[in-house]
Ligand binder design. Structure first.
Ligand code: ZN
Length: 281
């Protein structure tokens, strides 16, 4: 894991990436229609950051973004947590997050989950002295209402019991619309398809802007190939493809900095059209 936390400034907003783990996997595990020859036109910009030079495995970074806006501290996605659900995790992640946040975990005002998959909600709760407690004791946790409703009908990742219902039962959750305004600089942008209530996060401040993707994309390759869906995990791959097409249409060749929720460092870049392709630069 990296010891340095990447940071970005967008207008008056500060964004810090705090990494839990990076893992390497066959891209076809997430995206069953992936074949390695799809990399060939894109190797120059995908390798070595986003795909391994050695064996074409895809880097999957698991990290939180800590956003400072107007005196509020916002944590976007809480990573895997201490449960064995098929991705690696780091038991020391809350301590590292605590060290990275001015004022520590208790200073977090808002926790925002882009969607309710286990690698985005895992550290909503943690175990301290044998007791399950909210990791961010003074925060409001924002979940999209439609996402919670959907998960009640299909909780195949078993997140409600460990990571969602204890927060709701403690009165710490706000169930919000998928276009909710968090601060006047930070708002949710509905990007459905991976899940029905999936959101990205749009940050606009002092003439600058940034987009935090969530799992609308898992790898920058999906900007070049938007129909390469994570259909192993998407609830609706046609919709996730349409969402990527819409987002590329809106943000390609703009000044908006795009921060990938699963993109390994450098994590952030711009969506650019060049040579007949869309790439991440
Ligand atoms: Zn994910």
């Amino acid at each position: 894991m990296s010891t340095e936390n990447l940071t970005w400034t967008v207008g008056h907003v500060q964004i810090t990436r705090v990494e839990e783990v990076i893992t390497y996997m066959d891209a076809s595990v997430l995206m069953p229609s992936f074949t390695p020859d799809m990399l060939d036109p894109h190797r120059d910009w995908l390798i070595p950051h986003f795909f391994s030079e050695r064996n074409d495995k895809m880097a999957l970074s698991i990290h939180s973004f800590v956003v400072q806006s107007q005196g509020r501290t916002i944590v976007i996605d809480t990573c895997v947590g201490g449960q064995d659900k098929g991705l690696p995790s780091d038991p020391n992640f809350p301590d590292r997050l605590d060290a990275a946040i001015e004022g520590g975990l208790g200073a977090v005002d808002i926790v925002l989950c882009t969607h309710l998959h286990f690698d985005h909600v895992g550290w909503n709760m943690r175990t301290v002295n044998g007791q399950r407690v909210p990791t961010f004791p003074n925060a409001r946790y924002l979940f999209a209402k439609v996402e919670v409703d959907h998960t009640r009908t299909d909780d195949h990742m078993r997140v409600l019991g460990p990571s969602i219902d204890p927060i709701i039962d403690a009165g710490m959750a706000d169930l919000v619309e998928t276009n909710h305004t968090v601060t006047s600089e930070v708002c949710l942008l509905p990007t459905p398809g991976h899940t029905p209530g999936h959101v990205s996060v749009l940050i606009e401040s002092d003439g600058e802007s940034a987009l935090i993707t969530g799992d609308m994309t898992h790898t920058p390759l999906q900007f070049a190939l938007p129909d390469l869906a994570a259909s192993a995990f998407d609830t609706d791959s046609d919709q996730s493809t349409q969402t990527r097409i819409d987002i590329i249409e809106r943000f390609a060749d703009s000044d908006t900095l795009v921060l990938g929720t699963h993109f390994a460092p450098p994590t952030a870049g711009h969506v650019k059209r060049s040579g007949g392709y869309v790439r991440f630069a």
